[in-house]
Design a binder for this molecule. Structure first.
Ligand code: ARG
Length: 366
């Protein structure tokens, strides 16, 4: 019996990780709060159905490239068990015509020390996604006597969890930004809802983005569930679609974070970093002016890197500006050709979930 699960942050030496799979991915049909999350000018609007096979194969090839790179560096790579998402599913509270995917594992699984918790996602189509990781969880449970296998309280996702007619008519980008700044989101406070990718782990401190996928009640839930940790709600008012923190605010090593220059952390929320000598630097510009086809995310996946340790970081091969900045910041960028996976929900950090990193739960903000 060995210790398999341990991770308290995104930068200590990575030894074991889950890399997602694109098989059977579906573009989900509209449901409350999905169209509000898709940019108005996106070609994805009104589209749904299985993703074209060719794109699935290319995404899987990109994910396999990442897995190979990690393995060549001595990291153990685990993969989920794909589920046929192209089928109707439901609970006593709702029905959906399909699921979505087992990509971004980062959105679903939160690792806190020896615990991996499946999150309380707000998308109905992602309700059963955790099942793709259950074979792995069961394996860790059998092999690691200390592993805590947890499921956050499942939200019911009834109509009460969403504001209906949040957008009666098309609203301007300005109005969107104003609503974001006022913390007025399409999800309600009916019950705790959160995506694991909204949680930035820095040892004793959790910085959690309040946005379209994570509500305030979730912050309160975290406070009660992890009384030994400090929970900080963070916002990035420049982001019209605040979903997941990892293309916005990305730590590279203790004391250093890159921040999306279009989504700067407000002064008030910077204080704790400044008081503890952490440096927050603007991330380099993306190499692309558009995301790839059928992609939900923005070009800022450029900064969605996977940190291997305090020196080495995997970045997307075409993001030359980001690579250059990494070198300037004293990091060693390792390029992996990964853009073909972007449409399936995200970049290199999104596509993974921590299983084991060396190191303990540190207090970086004493
Ligand atoms: N909302 C981010 C952007 O478009 C993408 C975040 C993707 N992250 C993830 N864990 N799926 O800039």
């Amino acid at each position: 019996m060995t210790k398999i699960v341990n991770s308290w942050n995104d930068f200590d030496p990575l030894k074991r990780v889950i890399v997602g799979k694109a098989d059977f991915s579906v573009i989900p049909d509209e449901e409350p709060a999905t169209s509000e999350k898709v940019p108005v000018d996106s070609e994805m609007r009104g589209m749904w159905g299985p993703r074209p096979t060719e794109t699935v194969e290319k995404a899987n090839a990109a994910l396999d490239r990442l897995a190979k790179e990690l393995e060549s560096r001595g990291v153990i790579v685990d993969r989920p068990t794909p589920i046929q998402w192209n089928q109707a599913m439901g609970t006593p509270d709702f029905r959906v015509p399909s699921g979505m995917t087992q990509m971004p594992p980062r959105d679903i699984l939160l690792t806190m020390g020896n615990e991996i918790m499946a999150s309380a996602n707000s998308f109905r189509c992602r309700y059963f996604e955790y099942l793709a990781y259950w074979p792995l969880m069961n394996q860790y449970f059998e092999e690691d006597p200390e592993f805590k296998w947890t499921q956050a309280p499942r939200p019911r996702l009834t109509d009460k969890s969403y504001k209906h007619n949040y957008y009666d008519e098309q609203i301007s980008l300005e109005e969107r930004l104003e609503r974001t700044a006022n913390l007025d989101f399409v999800t309600t406070e009916a019950e705790p809802m959160w995506d694991a990718a909204d949680v930035l782990r820095l040892g004793k401190d959790l910085f959690i983005q309040h946005g379209l996928t994570t509500n305030r009640k979730a912050m309160e839930w975290f406070k009660r569930y992890y009384p030994e940790h400090r929970i900080h709600a963070v916002n990035f008012p420049g982001d019209p679609y605040p979903i997941h923190i990892d293309a916005t605010f990305v730590p590279l090593r203790p004391g250093l974070i890159i921040n999306n220059p279009e989504r700067r952390l407000p002064e008030e929320q910077r204080k704790i970093f400044e008081a503890n000598d952490w440096q927050i630097v603007d991330a380099a510009q993306p190499s692309h002016s558009e995301p790839p086809p059928l992609c939900y995310s923005s070009v800022w996946l450029s900064m969605n890197c996977l940190v291997l340790d305090h020196k080495n970081v995997i970045i997307e091969a075409s993001e030359v500006h980001q690579a250059e900045q990494m070198e300037k910041l004293g990091m060693n960028p390792i390029p992996v050709d990964f853009r073909d996976a972007y449409a399936f929900g995200g970049g290199l950090h999104c596509a993974t979930a921590d299983v084991y990193r060396e190191g303990d739960c540190e207090d970086y903000f004493p």
